[in-house]
Write a protein that binds this ligand. Sequence first.
Ligand SMILES: C[S@@+](CC[C@H](N)C(=O)[O-])C[C@H]1O[C@@H](n2cnc3c(N)ncnc32)[C@H](O)[C@@H]1O
Length: 466
Amino acid sequence: MIPVCAAVILRSGKILLARRRPGLRHAGMWEFPGGRVEPEETPAAALIRELREELGIEAVVGAEFARCRHAYDFGEIELIALLVPSFTGDLKLIDHDQFAWVEARRLLEYDLAPADIPIAKALAAHRRRDRYRGTHPRRFSEKYKELGGDPAATAKAKARGSTPAGAHLPVMLDEVIEALEPLAGAAVLDCTLGWGGHAAELARRAGPQGSVVGLDRDGEELARTGQRLQDLGLKVALRQSDYADARKVLAGLGLAGVDALLADLGASSMQLDRPERGMSLKADGPLDLRMDRSQGRTAADWLAQATQSEIADALARFGEEPDAAKIAAGLIALAACGRAPKTTRELVAAVAAAKGLGPGRLRKKDAFSPHPAARTFQALRIVVNDEHGALRTLLEDLPDLVHAGGRAVLLTFHAGEEALVEDALRAQAGVGLWRAAPTAALRPSPEEVRANPRARSARLWRVVRV
Ligand SMILES: C[S@@+](CC[C@H](N)C(=O)[O-])C[C@H]1O[C@@H](n2cnc3c(N)ncnc32)[C@H](O)[C@@H]1O
């Protein structure tokens, strides 16, 4: 595989394309400038060098935008597209005979070099954010430029350590790939597809001969992720399913087991951020919290019929909420006078009142300080999605889902999940199903936590099938 870097150079909302001059490979075709990544070079360092040599500019290289593979007659390349939010110097025609600054949606109108087409497709999927009345956006869909996939806005959000709205940053990606070691041709099961960040990398490693299956119970996000993976030219078989039914799904696909299995537990950033999903602590929305909104009871419905001790028990068990009893009493008092919370904001207010906090105390100081209602939301999410029931079934089935010599990785995010995973894997290792009991779980690096605070509580558990 030949690593090649490509620049998505941005200026005033447009992207630079350059046309290859006669006498060079792909003469007359348009491309995102870049070139080969030499051994010992990072893609970013290679891109800075290439842009200096072929365009005469000094580039500021931002986040990685996408990766895709293409087989040319001289070999297969892996094209790594990186964002270049700014540069200094005047553009010079050295390897090219023409430049064009192009709106993302028009990129595909150009005769592009074949390897660049998936990158252009991913960029073209960008749409303008919704127009809003007045001076300030009010609704979620109006607020964030990156919701439509604007690469510059996405790069800015990542640079300030936030998750770009409408996206999810894969947690401990390098560690997951290292632990799963997916080889070309591997059969892979991603039980929790989400945004597809892990699945995309697993699909690249498994290559065209591999079979990658992605499950998610959330049909709304699954459809969006399917489109994105397709735009990147990646082959992943998608199924809307609970991972408790993974065995049935694999059997339906004619797979007896897989070489690599991943379960990245909990909710995705898209679910947590979109107000209509009713999981957001910041924006108001219906108090829902279901990952699959076509099934089951909403959190508002559950709260409306639960007893005080059921609520207190759920908050203590699934959220480790120290004020579980006070919050449960407050919620029951509200229900008694017909004011049981029906929206996320009403639930936040009820928790704050039970904890004796004024509105000023509800604002998070920074991305690392927990929101006072976070534990309550987590507990209710676990209840309405029966997260622990599904996880127990997955853990029971795990040894049957993984081939001999195959690997499984689970990413947990709180103590309840950690205990279930650790106990099950240890017991199974004890009866000789895994090569060894999982050692202490891996944690994300401080750099990752700084760049993505949502990774801070992640723990990675890995096992190899006997
Ligand atoms: C943390 S996200 C996964 C993110 C993903 N690894 C990525 O890189 O984008 C967890 C996902 O698992 C899904 N999920 C949670 N419980 C599930 C279950 N029991 N069965 C299937 N999917 C589930 C959620 O809907 C969510 O999309």
